[in-house]
Design a protein around this ligand. Structure first.
Ligand code: SF4
Length: 294
């Protein structure tokens, strides 16, 4: 594995994350934080946030960058929505991010269960907002519509990397299909904010990143995250380059001018990192826009 540059070495927060661990364990829930070996776990858990991963902890796809286990899909647990809602309540969450493994083995690819999970959280916690971070559902309109019917505040679907590197990074997905997912959300439910993200450091050029951002803007994507790809193991895709913080800053400035409500970029940014604050920043931008129009 490549040696980390200085800007990727940082002190972990001292505060406790025990309570979050305890609650996740008590309700038997999976998080993408654990399954994908996210480097921000310590910080997020200490702030009592986590990204819940539903529909099991084994993914039916095999992406070259992802640490989530792959294999046959597990039995869908009918009580998972309730356990999830209780855990979110106990953690005191006002903003909940829910993601899932890809379930290509299920007739509805897990859409109904996703809907039930979001609805259970909203039924239990008054005023809560939910962000969904979904697989592509093969861009099937009826499945994306079902998720949106649960009325999440943000619909997040990552394109993960630039067009040229799609096959390398996620052979069972397609760039255009992912764009179509975001486009469908905007067409069907224009009030739901759409969000996407890319990992940098897989060998893409800055121009390719800008071109991907253009494609995202064309389908109405409003929030974008950019983070450094870190290889989870020797078996996964190698890091081609560590992108310095100033390049992330430069890219964010350029991309903001393309009309995104918010571009959150930096070495440690992940799709769900500081998700509530990212939404706040996007809303501020929308308010400013309205003031300027007025
Ligand atoms: S950044 Fe997201 S995936 Fe990583 S620990 Fe925080 S909530 Fe979990």
């Amino acid at each position: 594995m490549r040696r980390f540059p200085d800007w990727l070495r940082r002190q972990l927060p001292v505060s406790s994350s025990q309570k979050t661990w305890h609650i996740l364990g008590k309700y038997g829930l999976n998080t993408v934080c654990e399954s994908a070996l996210c480097p921000n776990r310590s910080e997020c858990y200490s702030q009592k946030t986590a990204t819940f991963m539903i529909l099991g902890d084994r993914c039916t796809r095999r992406c070259g960058f992802c640490a989530v286990e792959t294999g046959l899909g597990e039995v869908v647990e009918a009580d998972e929505p309730e356990r999830l809602a209780r855990a979110a309540e106990e953690l005191g969450l006002r903003y909940v991010v829910v993601t899932s493994v890809a379930r290509d083995d299920l007739v509805d690819e897990g859409a109904e269960h996703f809907y039930r999970c979001v609805t259970a959280i909203k039924d239990r916690i008054e005023g809560v907002e939910v962000e969904v971070l979904t697989p592509d559902f093969h861009a099937r309109e009826e499945l994306i519509r079902r998720i949106c019917e649960a009325n999440p505040t943000v619909y997040n679907h990552n394109i993960e990397t630039v067009e040229r590197l799609q096959r390398l990074a996620r052979p069972q997905a397609k760039y255009d299909r992912s764009l179509k997912v975001l486009s469908l959300v905007k067409q069907l439910f224009p009030h739901i904010l759409t969000k996407s993200g890319l990992m940098l450091g897989l060998g893409e050029t800055e121009d390719e990143v800008i071109s991907a951002a253009c494609d995202l803007r064309e389908v109405g994507c409003e929030i974008l995250t950019l983070g450094q790809y870190l290889s989870p193991s020797e078996e996964h895709l190698k890091v081609k380059e560590f992108i310095p913080p100033e390049v992330f800053r430069r890219l964010a400035d350029t991309l903001r001018q393309m009309g995104f409500r918010e571009v959150y970029a930096g070495p440690y940014i992940r799709s769900s990192y500081h998700a509530a604050e990212t939404l706040d920043a996007a809303r501020e931008e929308m308010t400013l826009e309205k003031v300027n129009e007025g």
